[in-house]
Structure formats: structure tokens, C-alpha cells
Design a protein around this ligand. Structure first.
Ligand code: ADP
Ligand code: MG
Length: 486
């Protein structure tokens, strides 16, 4: 373990490279199906197999999706682009090269807002987003001499999002990844599933003394399949590098892999062993021209982004940043909450109901928000009943809501009546009960009048017992106090 004082001397520098598989029907350069989980080597035409002489054809939807991501991240969209061949040899790459965009990435620059820790807000600056094809997948079965190759993934469209080296904590890196995942999901261009590999992240990590001008040598961490493992791997790598430097040793520019189970990393290859990719323009594909008209058409049909919902929930609905973050974490939740707020003016109550009783119900029943049968109109009726003091909050959350989840077509007020939880708030009918409680407890009344004001709770308890909790507590308390002060 490194002492906090030693750690204090260093600054962590991280740049991330995030690959997102685009959720198109077909692959980027062929009509092969782009679906996950099919039997190995079933979505493979001669193009995916990299046979010589075949001609790739660009999938326009993949380009559109990449542009959507670029617009969402405030990038500059390149008007003219071409593809490059990145040459290297690997068994899962039948052509011997990957088609990518080296010289003319589709999106240049840009930024992603992130929130983490105790209300820390930062912007992660992007270097670029480029389009490319995925490679196939090598499968190494334990105990088997030969490895297997599945080429279903070969030619799946990818965007690679490359940040500048501007991230300074593992937590910030995690928050960035979470926001990228949210953005691709809101845009509907990628399912963001890290376990299945639709979203993958490599982390470049270096450390330097805080006042040093130059960046330290970076180590690239590969093969992390959850946000948690990215955070853990960066934390681990930071300590490893500081340790080495403190011991007077050099950091090797290398690629390492982190094992979340053992919490250790190991070297895969050093920079010196890396290929020279011999990039050159792909001759079989025409350059892309993004016309203004097309760009506008895409911009005009851009879905609402998480940051836009966050701003709306804070500014229009008066919620805290925390509430806005919780309610926008999932796209379906944000849309649900937004439509809920169209049916009630008590936005804070809508937020509390959503994050409290509704969420608990969903958790308990293993349901997603878009599987709720009860509509937002009905939920707004519940808020109204509580606001009108016709039903107490506790009766509404413990009895009315569960009932309405089961009977979503019954109007909330009818349901409250049949559950017998409409509370009395008419002082004329509550007063006799209060008089009775006062008459039955002469000693307590005396004590109260002598200053033991805490007894009000006991009196309220008696009133509630006699009415089976069906009086508006605010009204009852006021009447009680008035009667006791006499
Ligand atoms: P390479 O030439 O090794 O591909 P790049 O300059 O293209 O390196 O950067 C690749 C990624 O590494 C980017 O995300 C970038 O932000 C990050 N990066 C570059 N230098 C450093 C560094 N010294 N420390 C941490 N990350 C870095
Ligand atoms: Mg590079």
C-alpha cells in the first residue's frame, strides 16, 4: 500500500478508447445479419469471410448512427471522409486488415459532461470518434489444444470514441463510461451491454509528478467488461506505477490485462513489439460525403439526450441534481418521469413517488418501468388525493398504490373509497372524537396544560385509534391543540 502522502505527489492521467457496436440490422460492409448470440459462423457471407475479390458496400445507417453520436457529443462532423486499411495479422481477421478511419475520422473533437463524487462536474474532451469494422472472435476453450474462431462479429459496425488524456481519477473514468453508455442507449444506436461486449473500453493510464509538464509513459489496460472493473483496474494500475517510480524503476509502455477476480494485472505485449499498421486508403470504398441536408435531417430527428433531460428536470421541474441524475440514469425512466410531470403539477411529489414506492415495487417484482400497467394519469390522481388531504401519504403508498398496481383501470378515488381510506378532514365530524379523547384522559390533559407538550403524540395516537387512521392528521392535530389549550 502506498501512503496517502506519497500518492498526493502524483497526478493520474487517463485517456479512454471506447468501442461501441452499432445496433444496425446488417453489418457495415455487407448484408450479413448483425445479431448477437447466433450459432457461430452463421452470419458470414464471403465478405465477412474476407474472400479475395469481393466488394464491400457501406451501410448508410452505420454512418448515420456515428453522426448521431457525434452530434450528441458536440463534435465537428467531417464533411468528407474515406476509410483506411489497418494491416495486421490475427486469426480472427480474415482479410489481414481492418477497415477503419485513420486520417479522416467522422467526428472530430467534442466533449461529454460527467458528474461524480460529491457533486463534481467535469467535461471530458474527446479527440475523435471514428467508424470501423469489428473483428471476429477467438474462443479459447480450457483444456483444448486448438482455439476456435467465430466470424459472426467480423464486420459488425463500430464507433471508437477516443478521449484526450484529461481524466484524472478512476471515478471520473467510470462516470464518463456511464454517460457514454447512457448516450448510446438514449440515441438507440447501441445496447451498451458491456458483458456481451457491445460496449468495450481500453484505458490508457499514466502518472506524473503534479508539477511535471510532460505526461508519463502510458500503459494500456485491455479487456474490461464492466464499469466496475475499469475503475478497479485504473486504481490498481495507478498504485503499481507509483510504486515502480518510487522504487526508481521505469514504466514500460505496454499493454496489460487486469483480472478482476485476482485483482492483479499482467503484461501482454510491449509497445516495441507492436505492429506498424501500414495504413493506406481503402481502395474498394468510395469516400463519404455528408451533405448539409443529410446532417440537418439527422439533427432534426435526434432523440432527447440524458443531459437535456437532466437540465429539464432541474430547471423546469425544480429537482435537485441528484434527483435529476437518478431519474435520467435509464432512458425509459426519464421518459416515464417526463410524461408523469405532464399529468401533475406537483413535480417533487412525482419524483418522490417514482424514486420511492414505484421503484421499490419494480425492484420487488423484477419489472422495468416500461412494464408498469398503471398509467401516469392514475399515478397523478394519487398525488392529487394526497394533496387534497383525502388520503394520507402512508395509506396512499401502503394500500392505494399496491391496489392500483393490481387494478390499474380503477379510478384512484373509487379505489380509495373501496379500501375505506378516505380520511375525514371535516372538523365538524372530528371534534366529537377529540372531545371524547380529552374526557377519557383527564390526568394527561392536566400534564399537557402544565407544559408536557410532548403528550400531543399520545393524544394523536388515541384519535387515530378511534378513527382507524382515517382522519387527516394535520386537521386532527390542529383541533387537538386548540382543544387542549382551552
Ligand atoms: P498511441 O499513439 O499510442 O495510439 P494516442 O496518442 O493515439 O496514442 O492516444 C491513444 C489514447 O491514449 C488516447 O485516449 C489518449 O488520450 C491516451 N493517452 C495518450 N497519451 C497518454 C498518457 N501519457 N497518459 C494517459 N493516456 C494517454
Ligand atoms: Mg492512436
Amino acid at each position: 500500500m502506498i501512503s496517502p502522502e506519497v500518492k498526493e505527489k502524483y497526478q493520474l492521467v487517463v485517456g479512454l478508447e471506447v468501442h461501441a457496436q452499432l445496433h444496425t440490422e446488417s453489418k457495415i460492409f455487407s448484408g450479413d445479419s448483425n445479431s448477437f448470440g447466433d450459432a457461430p459462423n452463421t452470419n458470414v457471407s464471403v465478405i465477412s469471410l474476407g474472400h479475395p475479390g469481393v466488394m464491400p458496400k457501406l451501410n448508410k445507417k452505420a454512418v448515420e448512427y456515428a453522426i448521431r453520436m457525434g452530434l450528441a457529443c458536440d463534435c465537428k462532423i467531417s464533411e468528407y471522409q474515406f476509410f483506411d486499411r489497418k494491416n495486421y495479422f490475427y486469426p480472427d481477421l480474415p482479410k489481414g486488415y481492418q477497415v477503419t478511419q485513420d486520417k479522416t475520422p467522422i467526428c472530430v473533437g467534442g466533449k461529454v459532461p460527467v458528474y461524480y463524487g460529491d457533486n463534481i462536474h467535469s467535461e471530458v474532451i474527446l479527440n475523435r470518434i471514428h467508424l470501423e469494422e469489428d473483428a471476429g472472435k477467438s474462443i479459447h476453450v480450457e483444456g483444448k489444444k486448438n482455439s476456435l474462431i467465430d466470424l459472426n462479429r467480423a464486420g459488425v459496425p463500430l464507433i471508437e470514441i477516443v478521449t484526450e488524456p484529461v481524466i484524472h481519477s478512476a471515478e471520473e473514468a467510470g462516470a464518463f463510461l456511464a454517460e457514454v453508455r447512457r448516450i448510446v442507449r438514449y440515441l438507440g444506436i447501441c445496447d451498451g451491454n458491456m458483458e456481451e461486449g457491445s460496449l468495450r473500453c481500453d484505458a490508457n493510464v499514466s502518472v506524473k509528478l503534479k508539477d511535471a509538464k510532460e505526461l508519463g509513459k502510458k500503459v494500456e489496460l485491455k479487456n474490461m467488461n464492466s464499469i466496475k472493473s475499469v475503475i478497479r483496474a485504473i486504481e490498481h494500475e495507478t498504485e503499481r506505477q507509483i510504486d515502480l517510480i518510487e522504487d526508481g524503476e521505469e514504466i514500460l509502455s505496454e499493454t496489460r490485462t487486469f483480472d478482476i477476480n485476482t485483482g492483479r494485472s499482467s503484461g501482454m505485449r510491449t509497445k516495441e513489439e507492436l505492429n506498424d499498421y501500414r495504413y493506406f486508403p481503402e481502395p474498394d470504398l468510395s469516400p463519404i460525403h455528408v451533405t448539409d441536408a443529410w446532417l440537418h435531417e439527422i439533427a432534426d430527428t435526434q432523440p432527447t439526450l440524458p443531459s437535456e433531460f437532466r437540465r429539464k428536470f432541474q430547471e423546469d421541474y425544480g429537482l435537485s441534481l441528484y434527483d435529476a441524475e437518478v431519474l435520467t440514469d435509464k432512458k425509459e425512466m426519464a421518459y416515464f418521469f417526463d410524461s408523469f410531470c405532464e399529468k401533475t403539477a406537483n413535480y417533487k411529489a412525482a419524483a418522490n413517488w417514482t424514486m420511492g414506492p414505484i421503484k421499490s415495487y419494480l425492484n420487488e417484482h423484477g419489472k422495468e418501468i416500461d412494464e408498469l400497467e398503471i398509467g401516469v394519469v392514475r399515478l397523478a390522481e394519487i398525488i392529487q388525493l394526497v394533496d387534497d388531504n383525502l388520503v394520507s401519504f402512508s395509506a396512499a403508498s401502503q394500500q392505494l398504490l399496491p391496489y392500483l398496481f393490481e387494478h390499474p383501470h380503477v379510478p384512484a378515488k373509487d379505489a380509495a373509497k373501496s379500501l375505506n381510506i378516505i380520511q375525514e378532514s371535516d372538523s365538524g365530524s372530528i371534534q366529537p372524537i377529540i372531545d371524547q379523547v380529552i374526557e377519557e384522559n383527564p390526568d394527561k390533559v392536566k400534564a399537557y396544560r402544565n407544559g408536557k407538550k410532548g403528550l400531543i403524540g399520545m393524544f394523536m395516537g388515541e384519535v387515530m385509534k378511534k378513527t382507524q387512521g382515517k382522519v387527516d392528521p394535520k386537521v386532527a392535530k390542529k383541533l387537538l391543540q386548540d382543544s387542549l389549550e382551552l
